[in-house]
Design a protein around this ligand. Structure first.
Ligand code: ADP
Ligand code: GN1
Ligand code: MG
Length: 372
């Protein structure tokens, strides 16, 4: 990117303390923002790293409001972490201000940028290396929700309206089928039929929210495993990242999206569908950890609906990938032909496997519904 130098110069990256920039390189596996790792060498020859991100303003229509959310949320987390005796420089993201004291920088091509100090000695996992990793991530996501329980929700902007409104996602999907590319639709006939067959279920959670059965909470809304950093030394879950979609939502969204990504025996874009199954051991580890992390704050109804949260979040992601495939891949970054179709197929395979294992999922949730 040509204007990277202009952007880097806007932030106090090269300073007497941080030293000089050695390298900037694309980083991570996010589907939305452009992320760069900046490596500096300090005068004492130590390494200092930063994460620089271009916010995707096609998707996030108002980056300044998004950054206001991120700043408010991280300040709140900082206070809570400090009061619990934790290390706020490692356990939450921190926004690095520009040299002018702003939380973001708009470059001469109208792109919006932000910088976070890199959380040192941390690792990001695409797949849990053990049940314990996944359990730890669940406790962390449950904790995260508790830490934000007293956050003044009225100051949060809705960065993407109807983000997890599955009925509204279904309408977008139907529109994509009607107006999308016909050659692509022919390739995805079986997947389109699979999605249409499940129309009735798309409004289950939104209806229960609307009639007051399920409580609205401040949730993360994008709880995939690679949105959490682990401590490289202890392998404990350390810091929840990717705060762009922290908004009012349902606990079931956070639970469900974690299961969708992390309890899949295959990768999100696996092409060999025989490798894609719901791992019951991982489902159990996450259920146990999430309920512990939420520490009694979930209602009986929320707990009962955890399997439905997992299924609907997986289904919803599937129709989002499929709609993007049908309409020309404008939303999720793709790295090969039919990448979004492959991703939709894994999601639907997982939904089908959850349906086949429904009795087991319900039994696992029952086992943990009353914390010891
Ligand atoms: P996207 O919205 O595109 O998914 P993320 O905010 O999740 O972007 O960042 C992409 C990747 O960058 C993460 O998966 C993680 O590996 C890394 N990352 C982001 N912020 C930090 C940070 N402060 N310290 C270390 N790594 C980070
Ligand atoms: C996107 O930003 P990233 O890669 O963490 C998407 C999520 C999807 C996910 C699928 C803002 O998450 O909603 O579940 O891809 N984020 C946004 O992997 O749309
Ligand atoms: Mg991410």
């Amino acid at each position: 990117m040509n204007n990277l130098n202009e952007v880097i110069a806007a932030f106090p990256i090269e300073t007497a303390q941080n030293g000089s920039l050695v390298e900037s390189s694309p980083y991570g596996n996010g589907h939305i923002n452009d992320t760069f790792l900046l490596r500096c060498k300090t005068p004492e020859k130590a390494e200092k790293k930063f994460i620089l991100q271009r916010m995707n303003h096609d998707i996030f229509k108002n980056p300044p409001q998004l950054m206001e959310n991120v700043v408010h949320v991280t300040q709140h987390l900082r206070k809570t972490i400090l009061s619990q005796g934790g290390d706020p420089d490692r356990e939450t993201l921190n926004v690095l201000k520009t040299r002018d004291g702003a939380d973001w920088y708009q470059d001469s091509s109208q792109n919006y940028w932000r910088v976070f100090p890199f959380i040192a000695r941390s690792v990001c996992l695409e797949k849990a290396e053990s049940e314990k990793d996944f359990y730890d991530s669940a406790v962390a996501f449950g904790n995260f929700q508790r830490q934000l329980a007293d956050f003044p929700v009225e100051i949060l902007h809705e960065t993407i309206p109807n983000f997890h409104n599955t009925s509204s996602r279904f309408q977008d999907f139907q529109m994509a089928v009607a107006e999308g590319d016909k050659t692509r639709a022919a390739l995805a006939q079986a997947e389109i039929a699979f999605a249409l067959d499940r129309k009735q279920e798309t409004s289950v959670l939104t209806n229960l929210l609307a009639d007051g059965t399920l409580p609205l909470r401040v949730t993360h809304n994008d709880t995939k495993l690679n949105n959490i950093l682990f401590d490289a030394d202890t392998h404990k879950a350390l810091c929840i990242i990717d705060l762009d979609t922290v908004m009012p939502g349902l606990s079931l969204y956070d639970f469900g999206d974690s299961i969708r990504f992390g309890a899949n025996t295959g990768a999100e874009d696996e092409t060999d569908l025989t490798k894609v199954r719901l791992d019951l051991k991982l489902f159990e580890a996450f259920t146990k950890g999430y309920l512990e992390g939420c520490a009694g704050s979930l209602t009986a109804k929320e707990i009962e609906l955890l399997p439905m949260g997992a299924k609907l979040m997986t289904y919803e992601c599937g129709i989002r990938f499929l709609a993007d495939f049908l309409t020309g891949d404008h939303y999720f970054k793709i790295h090969r032909e039919q990448h979004n179709l492959d991703r939709a197929r894994t999601q639907f395979q997982l939904v089908a496997d959850m349906e086949a294992k429904w009795a087991e999922l319900t039994a696992i949730v029952k086992k943990y519904e009353n914390p010891a």
